[in-house]
Design a protein around this ligand. Structure first.
Ligand code: SAM
Ligand code: SF4
Length: 469
């Protein structure tokens, strides 16, 4: 793609190259080459398209175990034991598209349509705050009531304005349909964190066959969204795919091409990658029988490969997956998870997980249960929003992350936000377990980071809130 704003063709999406790399490097296991790639991955500089294809070709238990081992080591080195938590907030299920896999698609009469009012958004946010969350992912279908995008912009304002027990949402990420550069500029003015958009599938024939009507039919308009977002100054973008629509290997290579395109054009790729697999959805036959369902085994491999391919990019796992799979992927590379989620507008207030939901959830646990489980497995839950608050976004973030400097910020911020959670929202037993986990983390830290952490922790313990470095 050129620098021309109006040019929306995703010319970087090179189907012939993907097919060629798949055929030459992924079709059979090559142990010597695979070990070379794993050794390269340990240098934390990421992997090429061909390297990724080599790892996708692994099939023997021995090499798969080596892949997992390497992914775990890379994850630990870059992310330590921190896991960032967030809650999705669905504001509307109105939609003008016909995505065959989604319950919100326009012609689906089995879903009651609803766009939350400002008061309802405030109320949902307050419920999320009462759980202890500080980050929200705002989600909507592609049809907005009233004056279009203004509905979304006002919703973001409402989420930031909501207050509950002294707490407020500190970072609103959004998962929305593609916008024009002008509308992206307006979105940026609302101080969003990450702009997320899942391409669903990069395979043109598949894309056409599952998006039957509405603006989403245009693959290129969707695939060029991040270009427009970045031209508008939004430099934290979140990519994703809907795994199960087409061959996961093809999709993952195309995703790598997309990242390479952004890196080449803007000097920074994506901030996060989400890896949803299709889940059953009300009124969708396709969602019950995904044409290219990804097995658990391939799914774990995929997470491990992504961890090695783009080591500094956050990997997000939603509550689409069940607790057991989520647990395994945390070990292999996932750095952010949602918890206590509802995927229907008004779902937190109504405490309903099914009525008008976008898809079926696999993990129904509350935030408190997820926090406890994370602790039991040696992870530190983090509610940190520090980087984005301090303007450490896009290339600035990556410039700190790549030489390993971001760790000295993330570790203290994770502990201070976890301490806030323990003091303000946790029960006695949970608090005691959490304090032990914090003490153990401090013990394992190098001296300077430990001093910064202790300073932040003492501020929180003396009553200050929202402290970060
Ligand atoms: N409507 C906007 C769009 O499609 O980009 C943004 C929000 S949409 C509600 C968020 C994402 O949910 C979609 O991009 C799609 O990947 C995912 N999704 C839709 N149906 C799903 C299903 N049955 N199982 C899992 N994820 C699904
Ligand atoms: Fe609408 Fe998004 Fe669902 Fe497609 S995936 S029907 S665009 S809400």
């Amino acid at each position: 793609m050129t620098g021309n704003i109006a040019d929306t063709r995703a010319t970087w999406l090179d189907d012939a190259t993907i097919e060629r790399v798949l055929a030459s490097s992924c079709s059979r296991e090559d142990p010597a080459r695979a070990r070379e790639v794993l050794a390269k991955a340990r240098e934390l500089k990421g992997l090429s398209l061909t390297d990724v294809a080599v790892l996708m070709g692994l099939s023997s238990p021995e090499l798969t175990a080596e892949l997992y081992h390497t992914a775990k080591a890379v994850k630990e080195e870059i992310y330590g034991n921190r896991i960032v938590l967030f809650a999705p907030l669905y504001i509307s299920n109105l939609c003008s598209n016909e995505c065959l896999y989604c319950a919100f698609r326009k012609s689906n009469t089995e879903v009651i349509r609803r766009a939350l009012s400002r008061d309802e958004i405030l109320e949902e946010t307050r419920i999320i705050l009462r759980q202890g969350h500080k980050r929200v992912l705002m989600v909507a279908g592609e049809a907005y009531p009233g004056s279009g995008i203004d509905y979304v912009l006002d919703a973001i304002d409402a989420i930031y304005e909501a207050r509950e027990g002294g707490g407020n949402i500190r970072r609103v990420n959004v998962n929305l349909a593609p916008l024009s550069v002008e509308d992206f500029r307006r979105l940026k003015e609302r101080h969003i964190g990450t702009f997320q958009l899942f391409q669903e599938t990069y395979h043109r024939p598949t894309y056409e066959s599952v998006h039957l009507a509405g603006p989403k039919r245009d693959l290129d308009w969707r695939a060029s969204s991040f270009d427009r977002a970045m031209l508008a100054g939004i430099d934290d973008v979140g990519m994703g795919l809907l795994y199960g629509l087409y061959d996961w290997r093809y999709e993952t290579l195309a995703l790598m091409m997309h990242i390479a395109h952004l890196e080449e054009r803007f000097g920074v790729g994506c901030h996060t990658i989400s890896v949803p697999r299709i889940e059953p959805a009300v009124g969708s036959d396709l969602a019950s029988r995904p044409p290219h369902a990804v097995s658990d085994e391939d799914f774990l491999k995929l997470v491990a490969i992504l961890r090695l391919a783009v080591p500094y990019t956050g990997l997000i796992m939603s509550t689409r997956e069940n607790a057991a799979i989520r647990g395994l992927t945390l070990e292999l590379g996932v750095s952010q998870i949602s918890a206590g989620s509802r995927t229907n507008p008004g779902g937190y207030k109504e405490d309903s997980q099914f009525e008008a939901a976008q898809f079926q959830l696999g993990d129904h646990r509350s935030l408190a249960e997820v926090v406890k489980d994370l602790g039991d497995h040696g992870f530190i839950p983090s509610f940190c929003t520090g980087c984005y608050r301090l303007g450490r976004t896009g290339k600035d973030f990556m410039d700190l992350a790549k030489p390993g400097l971001i760790k000295a910020k993330c570790a203290p911020n994770a502990l201070s936000t976890f301490e806030e959670y323990l003091l303000d929202y946790a029960g006695e037993e949970e608090r005691l377990a959490g304090e032990c986990a914090i003490a153990a983390s401090l013990d394992g830290m190098e001296e300077r980071t430990r001093r910064v952490s202790e300073k932040l922790l003492s501020k929180v313990r003396s009553g200050q809130r929202d402290v970060y470095c």
